[in-house]
Ligand binder design. Structure first.
Ligand code: 5GP
Length: 211
């Protein structure tokens, strides 16, 4: 039997580009993906649920998790900590499941060091004007926070060169189709499957299947 190994997919992009919406739509359509729920010290936004959108932690709790090496990566973003729980990701990959992270760029760069075979996708806004409008119109942040998020967005865009793929989010459905195509292509990559396929062929030969 040819079994597929789990792949780690990382989606980043500037605040307001629509990562959350693309991710939600993707998960409605692809039930094989496992989403890693992040830890954060940021305040819960209206409508967000603990253990579904994030695991909400105090700063003290978060620092303790770092100390215990429980996070695969973490970053400070606009005065809050965000991090990926290590155990969940490692367990799911070991089970052969694809894992999907939606994180900012500093964290993605840390992941890349530990998982060079991961697939890094950068979601790009159709225009910077559009990006600004989306952050402002979301209306969940103060003017000061909006300004900081825009500053952060500019820095994030500069880091695009560390990514394998760039998807322009001009339309959610189109962006989701592209991410799905990337996932499918990565599973067909020779480098990922060659070793295993050769082993299966060898076993079959030894078992006399082709005699
Ligand atoms: P938000 O406050 O808008 O939910 O998220 C702010 C930024 O933090 C977004 O770019 C989001 O992708 C990123 N983020 C969410 N979870 C994590 C995480 O676990 N690690 C890192 N490094 N960034 C994260």
């Amino acid at each position: 039997m040819f079994e597929q190994k789990g792949i780690l997919f990382v989606l980043s992009g500037p605040s307001g580009v629509g990562k959350g919406t693309v991710r939600q739509r993707l998960f409605e359509q692809d039930t094989n993906l496992k989403y890693s729920i992040s830890m954060t010290t940021r305040q819960r936004r209206p409508g967000e649920r603990d253990g579904i959108d994030y695991f909400y932690k105090s700063e003290e709790e978060f620092l303790h998790l770092i100390e215990q090496n429980k996070l695969l990566e973490y970053a400070q973003y606009v005065n809050n900590y965000y991090g990926t729980p290590r155990d969940y990701v490692e367990q799911q990959l070991a089970l052969g499941n694809d894992v999907f992270l939606e994180i900012e760029v500093q964290g993605a760069l840390q992941v890349k060091k530990n998982f060079p075979n991961g697939v890094f996708i950068f979601l790009f806004p159709p225009s910077l004007e559009e990006l600004k409008n989306r952050i402002v119109n979301r209306g969940t942040e103060s003017i000061e926070l909006v300004r900081n998020r825009l500053k952060e967005a500019k820095k994030e865009i500069d880091m695009m060169s560390a990514y394998d793929y760039v998807v322009v989010n001009d339309h959610v459905d189109r962006a989701v189709e592209k991410v799905k195509a990337i996932i499918a292509s990565e599973h067909c990559k020779r480098e990922r499957i060659e070793k295993q396929y050769k082993k299966v062929m060898e076993d079959e030969l030894n078992a006399g299947t082709f005699d």
